[in-house]
Design a protein around this ligand. Structure first.
Ligand code: INI
Length: 162
């Protein structure tokens, strides 16, 4: 029998896509920065003119699952990282947008078998969002770590299971 775990060392052939909701871009751009920094420090070229990461921008978090699904169905990426920020203080839409984006992203992962990382902050205030996007820590970094780990794990499982 065997134990499977993703690693962070064989990263040069991994392919990622990022789907980024532009809404609350003050927060989202910081998450993106953290994400790219983590990828780079794990040997992945995050530049859009390189071969490892594609970037797709959408208007807001609500649109993320539609695009993530299309990317996943292409079976071209080892993982898809979804970045967004849904902030309660700003709108009564909060409950609808946060529910749909979380359900939608989970559904894409289940339906396609491609790891889809839920990098959408859902907070009560802009202050809380900024704290999670760099003022205290940058969750973008963790989202990239999760993507690398899952990408590596799924490659191992594919080669083991055939
Ligand atoms: N989109 C977000 O990503 N975050 C939000 O906080 C937000 N608010 O507050 O409304 C938001 N709304 C836009 C939504 O994602 C769609 O782009 C829009 O409803 C068009 O479908």
């Amino acid at each position: 029998m065997a134990v499977f775990e993703g690693n962070f060392i064989q990263t040069e052939s991994l392919r990622f896509a990022m789907v980024i909701g532009r809404f609350n871009d003050l927060v989202v751009l910081k998450l993106l920065e953290g994400c790219k920094d983590c990828l780079k420090r794990h040997g992945i070229d995050p530049e859009p003119d390189g071969t490892q990461v594609d970037y797709v921008w959408v208007p807001g978090s609500f649109e993320i699952p539609t695009v993530a699904r299309q990317l996943a169905l292409a079976q071209k990426y080892d993982a898809i990282i979804c970045l967004g920020a849904v902030i309660k203080g700003q709108t009564p839409h909060f409950d609808y947008v946060s529910a749909e984006v979380s359900k939608g992203i989970a559904a894409v992962g289940f339906q396609t078998g491609v790891p889809v990382i839920f990098g959408v902050l859902t907070t009560d205030t802009m202050q809380q969002a900024l704290e999670r996007a760099g003022i205290k820590s940058n969750h973008g970094w963790e989202y990239a770590m999760n993507a690398i780990e899952m990408a590596s794990l799924m490659r191992q499982l594919r080669s083991h299971l055939g």
